[in-house]
Design a protein around this ligand. Structure first.
Ligand SMILES: Nc1nc2c(ncn2[C@@H]2O[C@H](COP(=O)(O)OP(=O)(O)OP(=O)(O)O)[C@@H](O)[C@H]2O)c(=O)[nH]1
Ligand SMILES: [Zn+2]
Length: 357
């Protein structure tokens, strides 16, 4: 007979329940209801400890802990509490990644020396994944719940790698995350060629150099959770520090002796953009410099679904059409012939398909 949860009373369906297949787990007894537990966002992970930001209503004016009236300018009407947590045993091997929204149990005061427990990971809206290389069968989920991705590429020193940009872009398309291209070091080389190569993809492109006005970028980030991805040395930390004074992202050249960068972080970090009077709040998720970006998890269909205009034409493709260059009677070629699709757009799409081979 099924054990009954303590104090839950007899439900109506309890009587009829005996001839039903037994649930593997009694619901009420082993699985406490955490629906009232506070929800927070995982901002860093370090050796099994998760730093979680819990957003709560700010105390009303006049109560203990209320914000002084003088600080009202550009203030949020909620407050952010930082809580350190460990993964609860019941989550088993389930991964918790940066950006995850989690429910917390135990001591959630966030006071020095306290430790909360992550008891549930809420459904992810997006997951940015990569494999170490294309033969790597293990995909790694890097960041959860981002809705934008900024690919940071230097125009020189190190020189841009178009293949790498394409791959990161495909990972974004696959994840349903909006990509943007940010070209740094425009003082060293012109952004024109790269800019032209990515415009047909509908990807916003922005070039920066020391002293650049970052207002356009700020406007783009406001109200979003944006992942920054880039090769080591492209100037990503310089940019993040400019956007978020006090972020303290380590910058500098690669150490000539050890060949290793000074950056020690191995996991992504969520940072809050400064509050502003005229822009909604936003978050930046900085990731460690990447050297490769494997895509063995990405399918042709998921790339196609990021190109809604092309997807509409492919309804007329022969069954099993690969849509690649030379695919017989591919409706995409016919659409270009009829002048309904820009050749550059099809070319860009096919370049993206090619990254996955
Ligand atoms: N000329 C020029 N140099 C830049 C620019 N942005 C950054 N740099 C320099 O490029 C070097 C690398 O910058 P970082 O910000 O450390 O690069 P990163 O991408 O964070 O690199 P990792 O920390 O290794 O991931 C530093 O010496 C910066 O001063 C730029 O727009 N123009
Ligand atoms: Zn086709």
């Amino acid at each position: 007979m099924r054990a009954r949860g303590v104090g839950t009373g007899v439900r109506d369906d309890e009587h009829a329940g005996f001839d039903r297949p037994r649930r593997t787990r009694p619901r009420t007894k082993d699985r406490p209801d955490y629906s009232d537990a506070p929800v927070g966002m995982v901002v860093t992970i370090d050796r099994g400890r998760y730093r979680v930001i819990v957003e709560e209503e700010a105390p009303a004016a006049g109560t203990k802990g209320a914000r002084p009236a003088a600080k009202k300018k550009a203030a949020r009407d909620t407050e952010l509490r930082h809580v350190t947590a460990a993964k609860a045993r019941q989550l088993g091997r389930m991964g918790v990644i940066v950006g995850d929204r989690v429910r917390l149990d135990g001591d959630v005061t966030g006071e020095e020396g306290t430790l909360a427990r992550i008891v549930e990971v809420l459904e992810r809206r997006t997951v940015l994944r990569r494999t170490a290389d294309d033969d790597d069968p293990y995909e790694r989920a890097i960041v959860a719940n981002a809705d934008q991705l900024v690919i940071v590429t230097a125009l020189a020193d190190p020189p841009p790698r178009v293949g790498m940009i394409d791959r990161i872009m495909v990972a974004a398309f696959d994840a349903g995350i909006e990509p943007m291209l940010l070209l740094t070091k425009a003082d060293l080389a012109s952004p024109d060629a790269l800019s032209a190569a990515y415009t047909p993809l509908g990807v916003p492109v922005l070039a920066t150099q020391p002293g650049s006005d970052l207002d356009e970028l700020r406007a783009w980030l406001a109200g979003h959770r944006t992942v920054f991805v880039g090769h080591s040395g492209v100037g990503k930390s310089t940019l993040v520090n400019a956007l978020i004074p006090g972020a303290g992202r380590t910058t500098g050249v690669v150490n000539d002796v050890t060949g290793r960068g000074r950056q020690t972080s191995t996991s992504a970090v969520v940072l809050e953009l400064p509050l502003s009077d005229d822009l909604p709040t936003g978050w930046v998720i900085d990731t460690p410099g990447v050297r490769s970006f494997g895509l063995s998890h990405v399918t042709r269909e998921s790339i196609l679904s990021a190109f809604a205009d092309l997807e509409a034409f492919t309804a007329d493709c022969p069954r099993g059409c690969t849509h690649e260059t030379g695919a017989p009677e591919c409706a995409l070629d016919l659409a270009v012939e009829r002048g309904e699709l820009a050749p550059a757009r099809l070319e860009s799409f096919r370049r993206m398909l090619g990254t996955n081979q």
